[in-house]
Design a protein around this ligand. Structure first.
Ligand code: HEC
Length: 191
């Protein structure tokens, strides 16, 4: 919440400082896609490196720190906000807002109906300010189940590490090819 608010304020300050201002929704979509790609591929490679270097237990702590720092860094660099959200969070900081919750529920229905989209995009207006909301579903693969699967898929030492770092962890019990969450981007579009 604080991060979102701070990032939006930052962006508004930046937008106010630029003469030509206006971002079109097409530009915003391109920017959002770029941000998702950057965060997605960045996290994937960092996670694989961490697992190789220090196994799944070591990767748990590496993953948490890297995920938050990378999202923040990409947000700042793009004057927009990106984060990962879920209906069943590991880190409470990744809790979906009302908008994101509805979309995540829709993604689950769409997946069940075989109609999952690459991305869900909409321009919303809040207190006179327009912004583009861009969400891309994140699905589970077999690899993810080492840390997000049912009890029998998570090694006891990994489970212990997760419980100690994330006492409120709800992000377990997944099977392959389920909606684990989404990348969520907000690009301010001005008035
Ligand atoms: C080494 C263990 C590990 C593996 C493997 C792993 N994750 Fe995670 N995952 C974590 C940790 C730790 C967090 C909490 C990150 C944070 O603090 O923001 C997390 C958080 C997430 C989140 C953010 C929402 C939340 O629950 O807080 C998503 C989405 C996610 N993981 C998806 C995946 C997907 C998809 C895969 C497989 C490609 C995967 N994870 C593999 C450990 C793991």
């Amino acid at each position: 919440m604080n991060i979102i608010a701070a990032t939006l304020v930052l962006k508004l300050a930046l937008a106010a400082g630029t003469a030509q201002g206006e971002t079109t929704s097409e530009q915003a979509i391109t920017r959002a896609q770029g941000m998702v790609k950057q965060l997605g591929s960045g996290l994937k490679s960092e996670l694989q490196i961490a697992v190789k270097k220090s196994g799944f237990v070591g990767a748990v702590s590496a993953c948490g720190e890297i995920a938050q720092a990378k999202a923040e860094q990409i947000s700042q660099a793009n004057g927009a906000m990106i984060h990962r959200v879920s209906l069943k969070t590991r880190n409470p900081a990744n809790m979906a807002d009302d908008y994101e919750r509805l979309l995540l529920e829709r993604m689950e229905r769409d997946l069940a109906d075989g109609a999952l989209k690459e991305a869900y995009v909409e321009v919303v207006v809040k207190e006179g300010e327009k912004s583009l909301r861009f969400m891309k579903p994140i699905l589970t693969s077999a690899f993810c189940l080492n840390c997000h699967g049912v009890e029998s898929k998570i090694k006891p030492e990994v489970a212990a590490q997760l419980s100690s770092l994330y006492p409120e962890d709800k992000a377990r019990g997944y099977e392959e090819n389920q909606v684990r969450g989404a990348f969520s981007v907000i690009v301010p579009l001005g008035r």
